[in-house]
Design a protein around this ligand. Structure first.
Ligand code: SAM
Length: 430
């Protein structure tokens, strides 16, 4: 989401005649977009802010703007630490903006530059979009997971109108993007906050998928992330029915124990999650299923952790993002004792990662000798790099320009995190 926001901000600034620089010390405007989902992310923000501080004192007139979850939403402004304390703590920052407040940043930049005679505009052409671009469909979150700061900092869910999403996708595809990733904290809850039409129906994720599916030049559609409580059979059936929608699911389970799930405020049971997985795999048999897990939630016993590990073994996800629980200020869980020691959280995290590495290696090994469709999005280490429909990383060496093309690649080597192969006939112009 932050990367998509940064890309849109860059694009809007370029439309207004501004140009990005590679090095912070070459920039007159510095805009830091921030994440604080875990303490280490927040520590990075603080480290980055401190490293930018000297640039405010080197005689060059610059503006330093900070946006994102480090700042928080206007809603939290009333109850959270608020702008006044941020300004006090970071007096060298010129302005703070809530997450995704692109309009706010643009207004500030234009005013700042105008007051200085519009000296920063140079009117260079727009940077081309990436092969795969993210488009936010909703902001904020209506869930109240007891460990999570995101809902507090991003505020409640605000779904964008379908027409705005379609316009953004059309624009990105017209300028060269081939794949669109629909983004939201819980994309499958899209629309629940929108007004119903005359027939009492609200637009949902299925409607968005159908609305963009016909866009010519758009080859692939993805969406992330979903919440198990919001996933519906209609969405599952829509993914199965629309060929451009990739059969790749991001469905965070977080824990494999009902007591822990309840204490996390997740609103579903392990049985419900299993049932969803079964229905997803039935409707999209060759799909990839990725999940998130938190280990070391307050009070998580060895037995409860073992149930999470067993679920990871049983469901054989394609990818598991494991995080050690990190207490976040203002969340209900932060009031509980953080009683799983850091070393034990690490042990649990590593155990899950080890089991998952084996599973991922086995899943990928099944592709050996088979041909997969790869959308090429760049070059790395002298090879072309791309992703399968199931979002698996594939490298191959081939002459010609494959960027932004679909390659048919026969897999010759498979590891847990990536695969290598050779193009199965044809050249990029075919
Ligand atoms: N739709 C998603 C869901 O169902 O939870 C929302 C993704 S959440 C914004 C991003 C991920 O960060 C979560 O899935 C969780 O694993 C992790 N996360 C959030 N808060 C955390 C915390 N306090 N400690 C550790 N990991 C956390």
């Amino acid at each position: 989401m932050n990367r998509a926001d940064a890309a849109r901000l860059r694009e809007e600034l370029e439309r207004r005649g501004y140009r990005a620089t590679r090095e912070p010390d070459e920039a007159r405007l510095l805009i830091l977009n921030t994440c604080v989902v875990r303490q280490n992310a927040e520590d990075k923000v603080i480290g980055r802010l401190n490293s930018l501080k000297p640039l405010k004192r080197d005689g060059q007139e610059r503006a330093l703007l900070v946006m994102g979850c480090f700042v928080g939403s206007a809603e939290e402004g009333q109850s959270g630490r608020g702008l006044a304390s941020l300004h006090q703590e970071y007096p060298f920052v010129d302005a703070f903006f809530p997450p995704s407040d692109i309009a706010g940043v643009l207004e500030y930049v234009e005013r700042w530059d105008r007051e200085r005679g519009d000296g920063l505009r140079c009117g260079e052409p727009l940077t081309a979009p990436e092969v795969s671009e993210g488009v936010p469909i909703s902001y904020g979150c209506d869930h109240h997971c007891t460990y999570c700061i995101v809902a507090l900092r991003r505020g409640s869910q605000r779904s964008r109108p379908v027409a705005d999403i379609v316009r953004d996708v059309q624009d990105l595809v017209a300028r060269g993007a081939k794949e669109i990733v629909l983004l939201g904290q819980n994309v499958d809850a899209y629309g629940s906050d929108l007004p119903p039409d005359a027939a009492g129906r609200r637009p949902n994720l299925s409607a968005v998928l159908r609305a963009i599916h016909g866009i010519e030049g758009l080859w692939r559609i993805r969406f992330l992330t979903s919440h198990p409580r919001d996933m519906t059979q209609e969405i599952i059936d829509t993914v199965a029915a629309l060929p451009k929608v990739c059969e790749c699911w991001e469905l965070p389970v977080q824990a494999g124990d009902d007591v822990v799930l309840r204490r996390m405020g997740r609103g579903y049971t392990v049985a419900h999650f299993r049932d969803l997985v079964q229905r997803i795999r039935q409707a999209t048999p060759d799909c990839a299923l990725n999940t998130d897990v938190i280990v070391g939630f307050p009070g998580e016993t060895e037995e409860q952790f073992e149930r999470t590990l067993a679920l990871v073994r049983e469901l054989r996800f394609d990818m598991v993002h494991v995080a050690a629980y990190s207490p976040r200020p203002g969340t209900p869980a932060a009031r509980l004792e953080d009683d799983v020691p850091a070393a034990e959280k690490d042990r649990r995290r590593v155990l899950i990662e080890e089991v998952q590495t084996e599973i991922a290696a086995e899943i990928n090994a099944r592709l050996l000798g088979r041909q997969v469709e790869v959308l090429v999005d760049g070059q790395q280490g002298g090879r072309w790099r791309g992703r399968t429909r199931t979002n698996k990383l594939v490298f191959f060496a081939a002459p010609g320009d494959w960027l932004g093309r679909l390659a048919h690649v026969r897999i010759t080597w498979a590891g847990p995190w990536s695969m290598r192969g050779e193009p199965a006939g044809g050249d990029p112009e075919d």
